[in-house]
Design a protein around this ligand. Structure first.
Ligand code: ATP
Ligand code: MG
Length: 609
């Protein structure tokens, strides 16, 4: 068990080069450069107004307070209020713009990532768990949003305050500023050192959160099996371990951030205290005025506060950099089904002639967890071994063979969900590798071995392959698939919500919806993978009649374990261990092939029984 556990938790991947993070985020900001510039302008207005308050303080002390000039004091107070109003308005605009940009950028990143995810092949999803993808999608993009929207804006504002504050300090007193500058490297050193640590650890921690997501996703989806086998305690334990792994990864990050923040605070206040001490001596010796010292202190505190802010948000920004790396990794996953640079097109009327020449194929195998490149895949055992086959337009071909012979795999290959190791598959004489995968897949209507139902209404489920089909067309397809009988019993008919993965349907009902979907899709080639296996004998008989009508004029490949289905075919192909070992009609195969004879006689026995 410990073996399988350790392999279930992927190794931390090598972080991608960090220079790519900034340009990548920048590319999402580029379309909104007007807003970005406006935000920066408001940032400067706000900060400069804020900085000029220090001069107000100086005037207040030197000209109003110390000279006991109350009229001047009133003027200065009004000036201060005016400046504050200006800086507050600028803050409003900056805050609004920056938060808006944060939301917008993360929305755009989600759109881009999702768009890319849709292009990745089933092989990719066999390697990476969908729960983890979802976590990257939500948690990482959310982190990025909060950083662009608030932390980044805080950091920018603080940086402007630091620079501006230092300039104003230099104007006020060069000597004291020189002292401050001595302290700056002391404060910046830890910011950069610990900031980098936080980024590394934060990536690790987001990876662990991804594991968590993947685990919850799987166990809750399979809650039936979890409860039926009383696996809850074990799940609790396994989940606990993953939660603790998240905690563990977070602990390191929190430690470094806490050290960072407290150290910067301490060093800043220490520097201020020392400078006050020196400054107070200067006032006593009348080298500077009390107002100047007040203004200087005002700036020093402001700068220290800004430095503290930077040290706090830099950890957050580094976290976002870690999250960005994970998103970049997803977006840069190469699309493993290569598309020809100039895809060929099909004739307007596809005849549905299929030919396979010496097709060899093995599923990619995930590299073992301890190898460096966890995402790389290598070829495994050959599942299709040198298969050659010609199917005429409109022919009805049945595929029989033992479980694991490679029948469903053949369907996957026809639709080009995987790349062949060698050999050619052609549709109407055109190599499918030179077609765009979308165009190719539009030629097939598939009823898969495991019916797929989406969490939406009957109507939407049936018209999945033809979203613009009318209600009448959907109803006609459902009547043909013998699905209308049970749909009529639903309280909301075709609008009935079918539940996630169709949990509110029986196996046979799901299958009939899947058949209705294929009927409605109306494609030149039909791929039926045990399309009627979950039906009772009566419904099967009726659905078969519907399928017979559908098959007319269409090339059809039927995978079947039942003799009755096979008998109707023009030709029967017998597959064994990835090879085609015989082909012919039922009568011919009964004569020539022992494997088929065995299949047929056992089937007849069970059917008679
Ligand atoms: N996604 C996959 N990744 C790796 N190996 C796979 C994958 N899918 C199937 N296989 C392997 O390929 C072989 C052929 O599987 P396939 O699903 O094509 O069999 P089948 O003939 O359809 O069997 P059945 O009648 O049970 O449906 C099996 O040995 C299986 O282990
Ligand atoms: Mg199969």
């Amino acid at each position: 068990m410990s073996q399988s556990l350790s392999s279930a938790v992927p190794q931390d991947r090598k972080p991608s080069p960090k220079r790519s993070v900034l340009p990548w985020n920048g590319s999402f900001l580029r379309p909104y450069r007007g807003k970005v510039i406006a935000a920066i302008v408001f940032l400067f207005i706000g900060s400069l107004a804020w900085l000029s308050l220090g001069q107000g303080v100086r005037l207040m002390v030197d000209e109003g307070f110390l000279r006991e000039n109350s009229e001047r004091l009133n003027e200065i107070i009004l000036l201060v209020i005016g400046i504050t109003a200006l800086s507050s308005s600028a803050i409003f605009c900056r805050f609004y713009l920056m938060t808006w940009l944060g939301e917008r950028v993360s929305a755009d990143i989600r759109l881009k990532v999702y768009d890319h995810l849709l292009k990745l092949s089933p092989g990719f999803y066999a390697r990476l768990r969908t729960g983890e993808v979802i976590s990257r999608f939500t948690a990482d993009a959310t982190l990025l949003q909060s950083v662009v929207g608030s932390s980044l804006s805080m950091a920018l504002r603080a940086s402007v305050t630091v620079v501006g504050g230092l300039v104003m300090m230099a104007i006020t007193s060069l000597k004291l500023t020189a002292l401050v500058l001595l302290a700056v490297p002391l404060v910046l050193g830890p910011i950069f050192f610990f900031g980098r640590k936080v980024r590394e650890l934060s990536r690790k921690s987001q990876d662990r959160v991804g594991d968590l997501g993947a685990y919850v996703d799987e166990s809750l989806h399979e809650i039936h099996t979890v409860q039926a086998y009383c696996h809850e305690d074990r799940d609790r334990q396994l989940f606990f371990e993953r939660v603790e792994a998240v905690m563990e990864a977070a602990r390191g990050r929190i430690k470094y951030r806490a050290i960072l923040i407290s150290l910067v605070m301490f060093l800043s206040i220490l520097a201020i205290a020392l400078i006050t001490w020196v400054g107070a001596k200067d006032v006593m010796s009348e080298a500077i005025s009390p107002g100047e010292l007040s203004a200087f202190m005002f700036y020093a505190v402001m700068v220290a506060g800004a430095v503290a802010t930077i040290s706090e948000v830099i950890g957050e920004i580094q976290r976002a950099a870690g999250a960005t790396e994970r998103l970049i990794e997803l977006v840069e996953t190469p699309i493993d089904i290569p598309v020809a640079p100039t895809p060929l097109s099909l004739p307007s009327k596809v005849r549905g002639e299929l030919s396979l020449k010496q097709v060899r194929f093995s599923y990619p195998v995930q590299a073992s967890a301890d190898s460096a490149e966890g995402m790389e895949a290598q070829a495994g055992v050959e599942v299709i071994r040198g298969l050659s086959l010609n199917i005429a337009p409109g022919e009805r071909v049945a595929l029989v063979g033992a479980s694991g012979a490679g029948k469903s795999t053949l369907f996957e290959l026809l639709q080009r969900f995987y790349v062949l190791d060698s050999g050619v598959i052609a549709l109407d004489g055109i190599d499918i590798a030179s077609l765009s995968p979308q165009l190719l897949r539009q030629q097939y209507a598939l009823v898969p071995q495991e019916s797929v139902i989406f969490a939406t209404s009957v109507l939407e489920n049936v018209r999945y392959g033809r979203p613009n089909a009318s209600l009448e067309e959907v109803q006609a397809a459902c009547v043909a698939a013998r699905a209308d009988e049970f749909i009529a019993d639903f309280s909301e008919g075709y609008q009935t919500y079918l539940g996630e993965r169709g949990v509110r349907l029986s196996g046979g009902q799901k299958q009939r919806i899947a058949i209705a979907r294929a009927i409605l899709a109306d494609r030149p080639v039909l791929l039926l993978d045990e399309a009627t296996s979950a039906l009772d004998a009566v419904s099967e008989q009726k659905v078969k009649q519907a399928l017979d009508v559908l098959m007319q004029g269409r090339t059809t490949l039927i995978i079947a374990h039942r003799l009755a289905t096979v008998l109707n075919a023009d030709r029967i192909l017998v597959m064994d261990k990835g090879e085609l070992i015989a082909s012919g009609t039922h009568g011919e195969l009964m004569q020539s092939n022992s494997l088929y004879r065995e299949f047929a006689s056992l089937q007849l026995l069970t059917e008679e029984a």
